[in-house]
Ligand binder design. Sequence first.
Ligand SMILES: [Zn+2]
Length: 294
Amino acid sequence: MILALLACGPHLPPAPDLGELVLPAPVEGLKVRGAVVATTKMSPHLAVAGGEKHLARGPIWVFVLEHPTEGLVLVDAGYGRRTAADPKDYPGGFATRTLDLQMGRPMADLLADIGKTPDDVRHIVLTHVHTDHAGGVQDFPNATLWVSGTDWDWGRKKRTLHGVEPSAWEGREARHPDYDDGPVGPFAAHADLFGDGTVRVVPAPGHTPGSQIVWVQGEQRSFVFLGDVAWIAQGVEDVLPKGGLARGLLEDDWKLEMDALARAHALLGQPGVEVVPGHEPTDVARFPMWPQPW
Ligand SMILES: [Zn+2]
């Protein structure tokens, strides 16, 4: 089956009918930053179907929002202090080897650069429960976790091949968005987490069963954090699924994921909208370096 997937191009599902694109109104008062807490090697064949272009190492991001009333909000948590201490302990030897994982400073340590501590983090919004997005939650025991109910259930079981290692969130409670705040931009449904339009989550299943996109309204621009709906920019630009091996082994339902990908594609080039794939190497140069605000 794997050989068949590698040999043929993917048969793509039909693109969704998007209608007229209406963007949400700007919201004042939110500051957005991003930090690369680790890097991994990026295989072009895995990153995108038909991919051949050499890719530099891929960033593992944590995005930090300073919300005027909710305090510090993280979008994804990357790997944390446990990985910095010993990657073989978390995410484990298999993931460390296959990703060629190189850990930098975890977010719990980086926060000192903006005069904050891990206790200041009030919320963590997870795009999905893969270790490179969720492992760092352990460093923020007082934060409220926001994760889809579907991913939370799915992520309770260790799934080494799928990149799930639940020891980082064992015993934690989580809140699950209900996506009943109507459409936003090209997406059919979303949840407005704080009721002020600053942080909206959009269901985007496929990469994992309960993946979500996080749409953040900054002071000047909005940021659409795709999680791993696309790993690299070419995936969104050309509306391409991941490579055959990734589709066959890692992703839960890549055809389902194409719906969110096609909708994210419609946002490219929209004024004031930054679409941010999960691990695009060139994004490290596109955005200001930590701790500069975006
Ligand atoms: Zn992932």
